[in-house]
Design a protein around this ligand. Structure first.
Ligand SMILES: Cc1cc2nc3c(=O)[nH]c(=O)nc-3n(C[C@H](O)[C@H](O)[C@H](O)COP(=O)(O)OP(=O)(O)OC[C@H]3O[C@@H](n4cnc5c(N)ncnc54)[C@H](O)[C@@H]3O)c2cc1C
Length: 383
């Protein structure tokens, strides 16, 4: 077994870290406080080539084909260098749940229409699955797509959608025949300036405040036949494919954030003295730091294995669920440990560890809650 990386990949990761450290951390405490998304930083990421990692070169991407191993390493580097977890979530959400399914399932025209703009940062896409009455039980969705002359009429609402308030387009799932259950689910690429689409933001949220999240309402919304992604009823397979990649990739940047958190915590534990010695000499503190390191390395092994499987074109259903579960829970635990290790300073906004803790909680909820990941693992074990 060879755990080494091609030099080109590690060099690229280093360049991503340097870019993120220099370009993406400005004014973060106040942006988090105000709940502001920084479009300029989004465009800087595109100019550097981050969004381009999730599109083939022919459609504005970086590489001839999407390279999962290189991309995961780069997104880890982004999370290490960029302290803005909201921006990292926004990037990963668009790249892996909008760009990737379009690259996989889209027609030439659809790829040409959407991918270059998403890769160059001028166009924003969101992935709209969750509904008021269909969260974890997503296949019970109620949104409908009624066949009309030349296309479909969409009716229904989606909630908790990353980027909904400012997205230019949405990858939306709706049923063409509710009686067929999940086999009626169909995917659509809908521009949000289409009459009958209404977007609204959530008022305030616990974390990830620098990325807008909100609702999309579809009422008598007519879309042409060409807006359909894949065939009628293919939405179930497209959604499954996308959700597997979502679980694989959505937390890659959080791994980098965990490494940054660990290094900062070690540094603090060496410098802060109580009872005449550095607090890192107290086993209660060093045990916490040892646990942070263990969570980081076990999460890393799972992420790299999943990236390797997807790069080889293999299924990674159970591995992706284990990764999502372990990395999400680990980020919450380690963020809390980082706060504990700093004592009262950990509670103060200016020390920037409480923000990671607030941001981390979403990772056990989106892309399927930890309970749902456990259910997937158990069912794949035949239980
Ligand atoms: C920051 C953030 C970003 C998001 N971005 C998006 C996005 O871009 N697009 C999108 O479509 N959605 C998005 N979501 C929504 C997210 O995917 C859902 O919140 C999630 O799937 C859970 O659905 P729910 O909130 O309706 O909770 P529910 O499904 O109502 O769950 C409530 C509780 O019941 C538990 N539960 C439910 N069913 C089971 C079961 N069978 N077994 C065990 N426990 C169960 C859950 O684990 C949870 O603890 C986002 C959410 C957050 C927080």
């Amino acid at each position: 077994m060879d755990f080494s990386w091609p030099e080109e990949y590690t060099t690229f990761k280093q360049s991503v870290i340097q870019f993120a450290q220099e370009a993406l951390n400005d004014d973060l405490i106040s942006r988090d406080h105000e709940g502001q998304f920084n479009r300029n930083n989004w465009e800087k990421c595109a100019e550097f080539g981050i969004q381009g990692l999730a599109a083939p070169k022919a459609y504005g991407g970086r590489e001839p084909e999407i390279n999962m191993l290189k991309s995961m390493l780069a997104m880890e580097g982004l999370g290490y260098g960029c302290h803005d977890n909201g921006l990292a979530l926004a990037l990963n959400a668009q790249m892996w749940t909008v760009q990737l399914p379009i690259a996989h399932f889209g027609s030439k025209e659809q790829k040409k229409k959407f991918l270059p703009g998403m890769a160059d940062g001028s166009f924003i896409g969101c992935h709209a699955v969750t509904e008021p009455e269909a969260g974890s039980d997503i296949y019970s969705m109620q949104m409908t797509a009624t066949k009309v002359d030349g296309g479909y009429k969409l009716d229904g609402s989606k909630r908790l959608i990353t980027f909904a308030p400012i997205a230019d387009m949405a990858l939306v799932f709706a049923s063409v025949n509710p009686e067929m259950g999940k086999w009626g689910i169909t995917a659509f690429l809908v521009e949000t300036n289409t009459p009958g689409v209404d977007a609204s933001p959530v008022r305030s949220k616990m974390g990830m405040r620098t990325v807008p999240i909100g609702e999309l309402e579809f009422k008598d919304c007519h879309v042409p036949e060409e807006a359909r992604l894949g065939s009628e009823g293919a939405g179930f397979s497209i959604m499954n494919h996308t959700l597997e990649f979502d679980r694989c990739c959505i937390l890659a940047s959080q791994l980098g954030a965990m490494e940054r958190q660990l290094e900062d915590t070690i540094d603090f534990a060496k410098k802060r003295k109580q009872f005449g010695q550095p607090i890192g000499k107290f086993q209660s503190v060093s045990n916490r730091i040892a646990d942070m390191k263990l969570r980081l390395e076990t999460s890393r092994l799972l992420l790299y294995k999943v990236a390797w499987l997807k790069d080889a074109g293999e299924s990674a259903m159970i591995e992706a669920a284990m990764l999502k579960l372990h990395l999400g829970e680990s980020f919450v635990e380690s963020s809390l440990d980082a706060v504990r290790c700093r004592g009262g300073n950990g509670f103060l906004t200016e020390f920037e560890v409480e923000r990671d803790l607030r941001d981390s909680v979403g990772s056990v909820l989106y892309a399927g809650t930890s309970d749902i990941q456990r259910n997937i693992i158990a069912s794949l074990l035949g239980l």
